[in-house]
Design a protein around this ligand. Structure first.
Ligand code: PRX
Length: 607
């Protein structure tokens, strides 16, 4: 890994571092796990959980942030600009490792200037407060700069996974009526074919674009920022003004736009401090892509608000490269995901020992159930427990965690953070006692809670169907010590390698293929990825099943939807079980797959 100086202007180079499917789950008793790991090498930021839990007040915590007159705030100002005046001006904000292993360093001052230029360029293009600007880039510095720039001018940032195909893009850009998209030449090809279906999309900005290849209303990023001013008035926002819009999957329909606001930064800041336990001399690596909420909240806003040096790696996953990142960058705090950890475990211990991981002091995981055996393996090879925590795109911040100040119970998600009241309830919203399985709910009022679903109030209201509770859609139980244990989703949402995938999206992409007449999609348990996507299809007249055809269908879904959202398994059926109203019964498909009792089938359509 070679450290290269970033071309272009740079002032002071001194840096500071030089499952469950059942619908009625209440009443089932959870098994207690008495295994605990008590080991945390440094003095944690949050030292006494019980005391903090009893006395913490979000209003008090507001003092940790920078506010404008009249109670206004800007999350990007807190993430970047304020560090120009707190001694961190020349501290490295970003160590960006490119796919070919070159490392660029960006100080807070440099991110400040670059985001100001980008903000001014967007304003020149007519972007106004509340406009949606989407970012469709791999993990390159411009992704981070653009996200900050969009927030600074009061526009709404729309993070997109670079793995998305045209269908996934179209759904998000159409629904949000995005005005601008920032991308690169390779990813732009996925956009070109759907451009005429996006009447609201005014401009495309291409990072490292070749001007001669661009059409009308397309600009290179470089030409826009070249002459733009480094001075920008950071927009004072009402705390309730939108900050970012992130699409996520539910059980029915297309992905929904979860709306988060500038006030979220309060939750980002405090949870980063407590859960990620970042200190001023930490080098922090969040492996998540900002197309996923973890990458936006804990890859950008949370750590930067705490003035932390962030490592980002554009390259793909493989054990050797990942350990190399930790070794070469001297990563101290590492936030990753169970599938990645399982894959590392599969890669073996030998590859771990080929690197020096001595810098690591703290490892965290999120997004899927973390198997106790992975935690034990982590103890063996890293000498550290892996701290699991729980949250969602909708919750906007971590809510339940194995905090550094408390013993880790392998297999548990931890305890609710100070300022957060979580519970397990039955379907009537009655709280259940320790050991009883039910719905995981949270009392509304934490700072980063979703504010609405973009232009879909009805869907938003469903989360609060019983007054006083936010329904997460997860099933869980709580033990005597107040630790929460994840059991499964209460709906059909699939969690494959930490990616939340709605079966409907995959079914829609499948039936777009000319050979597919009908499709039903489920999550099938998988040792490595938690779940894989399995599709049951009925072929259109005139088509015969063959390996080539199934491969073509798989490739089609991958191309159209997303690289991670295609069915690894496809089974051809003569017909699919449907309700009388024609809805495919995924519950039955899953029961078939798992060899479970099929339950009530009285609503099945007649043959
Ligand atoms: O089912 C839970 C699972 O991931 C879902 C949230 O996915 P997403 O909105 O993509 O949020 C990602 C940010 C973490 C949850 O409803 N999940 C999340 N964390 C855990 C988890 N399942 C088990 N254990 C966890 N720690």
């Amino acid at each position: 890994m070679k450290l290269v100086e970033r071309p272009g202007k740079s002032k002071d180079k001194k840096d500071a571092h030089a499952k469950d499917e059942s619908s009625d789950v209440s009443g089932v008793v959870g098994r207690a796990n008495h295994e605990v790991i008590k080991k945390f090498p440094v003095d944690p930021n949050l030292k006494d959980y019980e005391r903090a839990y009893a006395s913490f007040d979000w209003d008090e915590a507001k003092k940790e942030l920078a506010w404008f007159a009249g109670g206004k705030i800007n999350a990007a100002f807190n993430a970047v600009d304020r560090h120009l005046h707190d001694g961190r001006r020349n501290k490295v904000a970003l160590y960006a490792i490119s796919a070919d292993n070159r490392v660029e360093k960006w100080t807070f001052q440099e991110i400040y200037e670059a985001s100001n230029r980008m903000g001014n360029a967007l304003k020149e293009l007519g972007v106004k407060k509340g406009d949606r600007v989407f970012v469709f880039l791999p993990r390159v510095p411009e992704l981070y700069i653009a996200t900050i720039a969009i927030a600074k001018i009061g526009a709404i940032a729309g993070p997109l996974f670079s793995a998305f195909g045209p269908d996934a893009l179209r759904d998000r850009l159409q629904d949000s009526e995005a005005k601008i998209i920032i991308t690169n030449p390779q990813l732009k090809t996925k956009l070109d074919g759907i451009r005429n279906e996006l009447p609201h999309l005014q401009y495309v900005i291409v990072v490292n674009g070749d001007k001669s290849q661009l059409k009308d209303r397309e600009f290179t990023y470089q030409e826009l920022v070249e002459h733009a001013s480094e001075k920008l008035h950071c927009e004072p926002m009402d705390p309730e003004d939108p900050l970012y819009l992130l699409y996520t999957s539910g059980t029915t329909g297309k992905p929904k736009g979860v709306v988060h606001v500038h006030n979220d930064i309060l939750g980002h800041h405090m949870t980063t401090k407590w859960v990620l336990d970042l200190k001023d001399d930490d080098i922090y690596w969040c492996t998540a892509d900002p197309g996923w909420v973890t990458g936006t909240v804990y890859g950008i806003f949370g750590p930067w608000s705490n003035g932390t040096s962030v490592v980002t790696y554009e390259g793909r996953f493989d054990a050797d490269s990942w350990y190399e990142v930790i070794d070469k960058m001297k990563v101290t705090v590492w936030y990753t995901a169970p599938t990645a950890l399982r894959m590392l475990m599969k890669a073996g211990d030998e590859v771990v020992y080929r690197h020096s991981l001595a810098s690591l002091r703290y490892i965290l995981s999120v997004g899927e159930p973390l198997n106790p055996e992975v935690v034990r393996w982590g103890m063996k090879v890293f000498g550290l427990p892996i701290h699991d925590n729980w949250w969602q795109t909708e919750t906007g911040m971590q809510l339940i965690a194995n905090l550094p100040c408390m013993p880790v119970k392998p297999g548990s998600m931890g305890r609710p953070l100070p300022g957060v009241y979580a519970a397990v309830v039955d379907d009537a919203g009655e709280e259940l006692g320790a050991g009883q399985l039910g719905r995981l709910v949270v009392k509304p009022g934490w700072p980063a809670m979703l504010r609405t679903i973009w232009r879909n109030k009805e869907r938003f209201d469903e989360y609060f169907r019983i007054p006083g509770w936010y329904f997460s859609g997860d099933n869980a139980w709580r033990d005597e010590d107040g630790y929460f244990w994840f059991v499964g989703r209460a709906d059909d949402v699939i969690n494959t390698a930490g990616h939340r995938v709605g079966p409907f999206e995959v079914e829609s992409a499948l039936v777009e293929h000319e050979a597919v007449a009908e499709a039903g999609v489920i999550g099938k348990p998988d040792k490595e990825r938690g779940e894989i996507i399995k599709a049951f299809i009925v072929l259109a007249n005139g088509y015969k099943a063959s390996d080539e055809l199934l491969e073509d269908i798989r490739e089609h879904t991958k191309r159209q939807l997303a690289a991670h959202a295609y069915p690894r398994e496809i089974e051809v059926k003569d017909n699919l079980p449907k309700t009388r109203s024609g809805k495919i019964m995924r519950r039955l498909l899953k029961a078939w797959e798992l060899g479970l009792p099929t339950g009530d089938t009285s609503s099945l359509e007649d043959d």
